[in-house]
Write a protein that binds this ligand. Structure first.
Ligand SMILES: Cc1cn([C@H]2C[C@H](O)[C@@H](COP(=O)(O)OP(=O)(O)O[C@H]3O[C@H](C)C(=O)[C@H](O)[C@H]3O)O2)c(=O)[nH]c1=O
Length: 182
């Protein structure tokens, strides 16, 4: 497994070591000891999530607030997505900045999204199965989010607005400044 820290401190791109042979391939998709050594953290994941979406579905930008904040290790089991993490950590040098990474069943790339980040993704393939580990349990009351197309964030989702499929809930999310600069 190789880990590369992004411009957002604590946010890492991880690439598994793949062992191929005449049958196909094998790789360790997660190893707590390896992960914590590579990221310099003591992360302990407690919940796995999986979602299935069709092309153009955009889920996000979401987070859980306060003590219910979640770090996430995200990857794609089938299909291709653009995955986005936005730094919403108070006082961070990269506050309001984001990274966008292509995750796919072909590249097997993972993104570690630390606590204090907003997270979302858009599906580029016909369908996508998205899998992620969380280091804190789901808490509906602590859910918060920011509008995917907030001009202050300037995220290029790689698709035109008319191609996107977005939940009613996500359509009416506030702007980044309304949530984090209040
Ligand atoms: C997140 C979550 C949801 N749910 C239930 C609540 C709803 O009845 C249903 C769908 O939830 P939602 O529409 O919030 O699902 P997404 O839009 O995929 O939300 C996720 O999208 C972005 C990409 C994220 O990073 C978050 O993990 C999460 O917010 O699953 C649960 O029971 N447990 C959970 O952990």
């Amino acid at each position: 497994m190789k880990a590369t820290e992004t411009k957002l401190k604590g946010c890492f791109i991880l690439e598994p070591t793949k062992f191929g042979d005449s049958r196909g391939y094998f790789f360790e998709s997660f190893n707590e000891q390896t992960f914590n050594k590579l990221t310099g953290t003591e992360t302990h994941f407690v919940q796995d999530n999986q979602s299935y979406s069709t092309r153009g579905v955009l889920r996000g930008l979401h987070a859980q607030a306060g003590e219910h904040a979640q770090a996430k290790l995200v990857r794609v089991l089938e299909g291709k997505v653009i995955d986005v993490a936005v730094d919403a950590r108070p006082g961070s040098e990269t506050f309001g900045q984001h990274v966008a990474v292509e995750l796919s069943a072909e590249n097997n790339v993972q993104l570690f999204v630390p606590r204090g980040f907003l997270h979302g993704f858009v599906v580029l393939s016909d369908t996508a199965t998205f899998f992620y580990k969380c280091d804190n349990f789901y808490n509906k009351a602590a859910e918060c989010g920011v509008k995917f197309d907030d001009p202050e964030l300037g995220i290029d989702w790689g698709m035109s607005a008319d191609e996107l499929i977005i939940s009613d809930k996500d359509q009416v999310l506030p702007t980044f400044s309304e949530v984090f600069n209040k």
